[in-house]
Design a protein around this ligand. Structure first.
Ligand SMILES: [Zn+2]
Length: 974
């Protein structure tokens, strides 16, 4: 682009351009002349193109209006007068990313695609959605997405329903989320960050149609917009299009959306809060103690990088001194810290979990003392160096998993751009990194502690204690409020609510007209790639060990996975194997203490992780291959150091440090309990798999049964310790040896060659003991469990194995996933039921699973699952709709992968015995699928649902009310 600063191109004026070495790309900052809309373009050589439009949307109450508007603009627009164009796009576009996000001060609508035509389609639907949404004229949209009163007949009680209402009931169910919400409220009493932009269920019903529309009209204007483009787009054409189709219709206005700064406190605030627990649960040591700081301003990139390093070094690393002091004090069980930097005023939170309210003063004093000691005595330089290394590795690797790179960069640059700063600031890091490294010798980090922790008066010290009556009182208060509302309604008004509710249901049940559906542009089947992606894998052998080699350019990094055969562990030691996965790399070795080992690891390795998982093979539901998988990544220049560390962990790990072991077991237990609500869906799906086959039972053991094991272990840790050590040693010897070992290596050939001598040495250090492979047997009986907790919503699951029932896997199942998730289950469970979501999945090993997410219902959802077969038997759509489902299905299968993911997928496919031919066959079945192929699956679903294997995680009262559905009811805490 030959544009000079100040010159205009297609309605936009160039404000600035830069070369960002870290991205290997030029960046351009434009402003739309007529409206003042801001546009930033990263001219990266990447075909995974990204676009977003974002707005500053600071809330001024807890009604969640920003979040509800985000949902609602995606419910139809002028050009696209459908009920949910967003869903039509998910069904039928080649997007590599499609979503919308509400933050505490902004709302962002991003899309990504590798196909230019598809990219434009996505852009156009999103732009029309934000500027011309149907929500402005259709009150049903707020009712559906936000909240509404619901009543079936005049005698029934009045209730609330709505998608965001239930989404937030689920989101604010777990204590750490409640803590985060309350800390924000207290830390920012005078600006928008004190409010819940997502919506607090108690306040969502305060939102009126007028407030809702006013919010959109105020903030969704080009003059308040931030437009982002990334990748190999034709920028001149893009600018012309944006100006012509959308922006030129508006004039520049003043939008009062600036994010005001919360004035600094004169002194710390001290607050006590509560969260709900079950009546029969113990409330001992379940209090959270938290200290929350405001850390200056987000435009200070250097400080934020420095704080990131400091946070890891002092609080996160196993060698972290402040973390250790807190745990050693016995004041609590685990320490959790978080640097929140998606705010104009970043915050830093230190949380001690598993504590008591009356320990809060000691917690605060200890924290201050430890930090003071570090300032006075200096922080260990090697410790800091190790954390800097880890941070540097992550910055350079820039591996964001399945998220497009351009999306992550685009969100990152909003950290400064949104507040009027330089959008390039967070794309660059080299200068800051160099300064931080120099800072090691200049007491830079000690200065950070002094300024941001010790001398910082803007902080909140909070206790969050368990309260057995809280849920009851809250629910009673809500019921009373609703009864009062109802009492004041005249019979005519009640009838009116009944009528509006049923009108809403009718609208939700009525499909979009074919004309409306046609407004969404789609590609043709011919535009789709016929060949399945190939993940080339070479088989090599080293002294009898099988190597799976993916020859891929990894930008100088080597990725390794060690697959150790876990069948040699006796079945009664399965939990010890799960525990061992947490211990490896985190406990002492014969050569180093666990602290020294952590530092050594961070100095030389980019990542080390362990898990235990059982696979079953393609088409064989009862095959069973449990493996311990150890993931490692390092720079090509650190091969020797990496290999030495691995050899040490594999061969020299010891379990003699009782205090350390107890700590890890306690932290495991606490983090499991804290994460229960977030894992609800996984737990439900795991339990159902456990009813059916070995692999399912093995993997499910890592959830509730493993937690029970940890609890029993802790009940008398001292008495159990010696036996525990013996068992762990035995399990380690059985697992970590060459017998049955498979290694996957992802790297370019040259790097592989350099690695060979090191790998050879490592393998030679391992034993080749011939342990017997054990016989595992699990009851595999359907228990149909109802698992209750303090959750305010349900996670309903049903499943079976279709291969066991005599059916075969076909590519059409992939299309069925798309159809069910975005049509049948979406309409019934989300749109009509008010749940946040529902989905179905079908695996090559025959496992079928139906699940709902943050669901206010239970039996109604099960009826919907059971009705699937009927829906499929009558499945009849236009050819265009069918094409759409096929396109959407392939977009999911063809998601671009990072180098590390490619290697991982290749190895996984190989271990599950899924060949290229298998995948090509499925792809052909998808590409050629006809409607009768979908109808034919009706029988499969019917057979599966009739098995009636179910499991529900949810609210205690709701589970108990539905007792007759279950074989067994219990608290998840048991
Ligand atoms: Zn949402």
């Amino acid at each position: 682009m030959n544009l000079k600063i100040g010159e205009e191109l297609n309605g936009f004026s160039l404000k600035n351009f830069s070369e960002v070495g870290e991205l290997g790309a030029k960046t351009y900052e434009f402003e739309h002349v007529k409206t003042g809309a801001k546009l930033f373009y990263v001219a990266a050589n990447d075909d995974n193109k990204v676009f977003y439009i974002g707005f500053r949307t600071p809330p001024k109450d807890d009604t969640g209006v920003a979040h509800i508007v985000e949902h609602s603009v995606l419910c139809g627009s002028k050009k696209y007068p459908l009920k949910e164009p967003f869903v039509e796009l998910v069904k039928g576009s080649l997007n590599t990313f499609l979503n919308a996000m509400t933050y505490p001060d902004k709302t962002v609508y991003p899309v990504a695609s590798r196909n230019a035509k598809d990219f434009r389609n996505l852009q156009d639907v999103y732009l029309d959605a934000v500027f011309n949404p149907s929500m402005l004229t259709m009150p049903e949209i707020l009712m559906q997405e936000g909240w509404h009163y619901e009543i079936s007949d005049a005698a029934a009680p009045l209730t609330y329903s709505g998608v965001v209402y239930n989404e937030m009931k689920g989101a604010l169910s777990s204590p750490d989320d409640i803590l985060g919400r309350k800390l924000m409220h207290e830390t920012f009493p005078q600006n928008c960050y004190g409010f819940e932009s997502g919506g607090d269920p108690e306040f969502i019903p305060n939102l009126t149609q007028e407030m809702f529309i006013a919010f959109h009209q105020k903030f969704y204007h080009p003059s308040n917009s931030f437009i982002y483009l990334y990748g190999d787009v034709d920028i001149a054409e893009q600018l012309e299009y944006l100006d012509r189709e959308y922006l030129s219709a508006f004039d520049k206005i003043e939008v009062d959306s600036e994010i005001s700064l919360q004035p600094t406190f004169a002194q710390m605030r001290r607050v006590d809060e509560v969260y709900p627990i079950g009546e029969e649960e113990s409330d001992a040591e379940k209090t959270f103690l938290a200290l929350n700081f405001v850390m200056g301003n987000i435009d200070d990139t250097l400080t934020n990088l420095g704080l990131g390093v400091l946070s890891h070094a002092l609080f996160t690393s196993p060698a972290a001194p402040v973390r250790k002091a807190l745990i050693d004090s016995g004041l609590g069980k685990d320490v959790d810290v978080g640097l929140e930097d998606d705010l104009r005023q970043p915050t830093f939170t230190i949380t001690l979990t598993g504590s008591e309210k009356n320990r809060v003063d000691k917690f605060y004093a200890l924290l201050s003392d430890e930090l003071k000691k570090l300032v006075e005595g200096g922080i260990d330089k090697t410790l800091l160096q190790a954390s800097i290394n880890l941070m540097e590795f992550r910055l350079r690797e820039a591996d964001f998993g399945l998220a497009p790179k351009g999306l992550i960069y685009g969100l990152r640059l909003l950290k400064t751009w949104l507040y009027g700063g330089d959008p390039n600031a967070y794309l660059r890091y080299e200068d800051d990194l160099a300064k931080i490294k120099r800072g090691l010798d200049e007491n830079y980090f000690e200065g950070l502690i002094q300024k941001y922790f010790l001398d910082n008066p803007h902080k909140v010290l909070m206790t969050l204690a368990p309260d057995k009556n809280f849920a009851k009182e809250r629910d009673a208060a809500q019921a009373a409020k609703l009864a009062e509302v109802k009492a004041q309604l005249s019979p005519a008004q009640i009838q009116d609510i009944i009528d509006t509710t049923s009108q809403l249901k009718i609208r939700q049940q009525t499909p979009d007209s074919p004309e409306a559906l046609k407004t969404i542009p789609i590609l043709k089947r011919e535009d789709l790639k016929k060949e399945a992606e190939n993940f080339p894998l070479q088989f090599r052998d080293m002294s009898g060990t099988k190597i799976l080699f993916s020859n891929i350019d990894t930008h100088g990094i080597i990725y390794l996975t060690f697959y150790f055969d876990a069948l040699k562990v006796p079945q009664d030691k399965i939990f010890h194997a799960y525990l061992l996965a947490e211990l490896l790399g985190n406990v002492d070795t014969k050569k180093h203490s666990y602290e020294e080992l952590a530092i050594l690891t961070n100095l030389n390795i980019g990542g080390f992780g362990v898990n235990l998982h059982a696979d079953s093979e393609n088409g064989l539901p009862n095959s069973f291959a449990p493996r311990m998988r150890i993931f490692v990544k390092a720079l090509g220049s650190k091969l020797e150091e990496m290999t030495d560390i691995l050899a040490e962990i594999f061969n020299d790990t010891i379990f003699t440090n009782k205090k350390r072991l107890r700590e890890i077991v306690e932290q495991e237990k606490i983090s499991f309990e804290l994460n229960l609500q977030n894992m609800a869906n996984q737990i439900v799906s795991a339990q159902i798999s456990a009813y059916q086959n070995k692999a399912g039972a093995y993997n499910a053991a890592s959830f509730l049964p493993y937690n029970k094991f940890l609890k029993d272990l802790l009940a008398d840790f001292d008495a159990n310790f010696d036996e525990l050590v013996d068992d762990l040693k035995d399990v380690l010897n059985r697992l970590i040896n060459r017998n049955g070992l498979i290694i996957s290596v992802t790297a370019p050939e040259t790097l592989y060659k350099n690695f060979v001598p090191h790998l050879y040495k490592l393998l030679k250090s391992l034993t080749i003991d011939e342990y017997q492979r054990e016989n595992y047997s699990f009851p595999c009986k359907p228990k149909n469990e109802g698992l209750y907790s303090q959750s305010r919503v349900q996670y309903v699951g049903k499943g079976a194995n279709f291969i066991e029932l005599g059916h075969e896997y076909t590519g059409a199942f992939n299309i069925l996933e798309t159809i069910l998730r975005y049509e049948y289950l979406w309409t019934k469970i989300r749109v009509q039921g008010g749940a946040y979501g529902a989905f179905a999945s079908f695996n090559r090993n025959g496992n079928l699973f139906f699940g709902s997410y943050r669901d206010p219902n239970l039996s109604k959802t099960l009826e919907t699952f059971d009705g699937t077969a009927d829906f499929l038997a009558n499945f009849n759509v236009s050819e265009r709709e069918m094409d759409k489902y096929i396109i959407g299905t392939l977009s999911k299968i063809d998601k671009p992968l990072t180098p590390s993911l490619k290697g991982q997928v290749a190895a996984d496919l190989c271990l599950k015995n899924i060949t290229y031919a298998d995948r090509q066959k499925s792809r052909n079945e998808i590409l050629s699928a006809r409607q009768e192929d979908i109808r034919a699956l009706s029988k499969v679903i019917d057979d599966c649902m009739k098995q009636n294997y179910l499991c529900v995680f949810g609210n205690e009262a709701v589970i108990k009310d539905n007792a007759k559905l279950f074989g067994e009811i219990k608290s998840v805490a048991d």
